[in-house]
Design a protein. Structure first.
Length: 397
């Protein structure tokens, strides 16, 4: 009798906890919708800002050749920008396969000022940051834009990003992004589609929510890091980021602490999502989760409550498939789809969200698994190498 009573109490406790977690996730969905609305309203207020004319250096560190890299590189050469700009590419050695792609760019875009810099110095665990430190020394202009090699941008990219510097207090302008899967259906994998869906409906929703709750941005996104040489010098140079995995996050954080503001512009850029196999998807998502865990410890603890769909499904089981649990699941599903459509389609204009919307419950279940697994260790796999992550810094194993 006592055993049965204890099991009943345990079952009730589990049901109550799961219901509370589901309701917390539902509340987060409301905050995400508010965050998206706040961002859209800010963009409308800033439409009156005149176009930018400052001269800019684009810094692009390269290593190897990716499938869609050339499309991304060439998009930077098609800028409709009233000011002058140059593109500085950096490679560790001149026998890197990317060098051939840069020569191809020079031939195709002779009017664009393109320079290639060899970056032999190893200044820390992050080869990317090591290259950026050496490339920044070669930058001709005060304003610099850093983004990843596979980023594909519109012809108005530079203009829309640099408009963020209309306020002299701005030290960093960053940009939202989407993940583009392969154009041919046969070349897509479910794992690649899950990652792209997560970027548009989960990650970027979190960014907009944090922006609204914190009254602005406090970090940068690797899709775009537009800043100035003087601002970077004030935080000790890019050298201070040489051992950081989340160098984009740290750059924004340090500039914010130095008294600069960080702006999220309305220009949406696109990164390429590879045709992941399960192992690649797992490694990338775990690295991403542990990076965020290390960067925003307290906020990351609460992230687990945001996965309302899996919590709602577990609540159905815990309640013995009661009618009220199905009603709660319906409300949660409606809210989750509303966030996906509002952020993914409305703000980011990512048509892939409509194509893959049916995968949303699968994506959120994996998201919860990765969140939980991120606490199980501190190792990450990056570009085929294994590192130990501690306090945001990398150490080779």
């Amino acid at each position: 009798m006592l055993v049965d009573s204890g099991l009943t109490l345990l079952a009730v406790a589990v049901e109550v906890v799961l219901t509370a977690l589901t309701l917390s996730g539902l509340a987060y969905m409301s905050l995400a919708l508010w965050g998206a609305r706040s961002f859209v309203r800010a963009l409308k207020r800033n439409r009156s800002i005149v176009e930018a004319t400052v001269d800019v250096t684009i810094l692009k560190p390269l290593k190897g050749v990716d499938a869609r890299m050339y499309a991304g590189l060439s998009s930077h050469c098609r800028q409709e920008y009233p000011g002058r700009y140059e593109i500085v590419f950096g490679v560790t050695t001149m026998d890197d396969p990317a060098v051939i792609e840069i020569e191809r760019l020079r031939i195709e875009f002779p009017a664009t000022e393109i320079r290639l810099v060899a970056c032999p110095e190893v200044l820390g665990s992050s080869g990317k940051v090591s290259n950026l430190v050496q490339m920044l020394r070669e930058a001709k202009y005060e304003h610099v834009v850093i983004n990843d090699s596979d980023m594909e941008v519109s012809p108005l990219y530079l203009n829309n990003v640099m408009r963020g510097f209309s306020n002299q207090k701005v030290g960093l302008v960053t940009a939202p992004y989407i993940g583009g899967t392969a154009e041919r259906r046969a070349d897509r994998t479910m794992w690649g589609k899950l990652e792209a869906l997560g970027i548009s409906t989960d990650f970027m929703a979190g960014v907009l929510t944090a922006r609204a709750l914190e009254g602005g941005m406090r970090y940068g996104l690797g899709s775009t890091l537009a800043t100035t040489k003087s601002a970077v010098a004030k935080i000790g140079g890019l050298e201070v980021l040489a051992d950081c995995l989340a160098d984009d996050y740290e750059l924004g954080k340090r500039l914010s602490l130095a008294g600069y503001s960080v702006e999220l512009c309305g220009e949406v850029v696109k990164t390429t999502v590879p045709a992941y196999k399960l192992a690649d998807f797992w490694n990338h998502q775990v690295r991403w989760a542990r990076t965020v865990r290390d960067a925003r410890r307290w906020g990351y603890l609460g992230l687990g409550t945001t996965y309302c769909l899996p919590w709602a499904m577990m609540t159905i089981v815990a309640s013995g498939f009661s009618l009220w649990s199905f009603t709660l699941f319906s409300l949660v599903l409606l809210a989750r789809v509303a966030v996906a459509l509002t952020v993914g389609v409305g703000v980011l204009r990512d048509g892939q969200v409509l194509r893959d919307l049916w995968l949303l419950p699968v994506r959120d279940c994996f998201g919860l698994i990765f969140w939980a697994w991120s606490f199980a260790g501190d190792t990450v796999v990056w570009r085929g190498e294994e590192f130990r992550l501690k306090n945001g810094r990398l150490a080779r194993i």
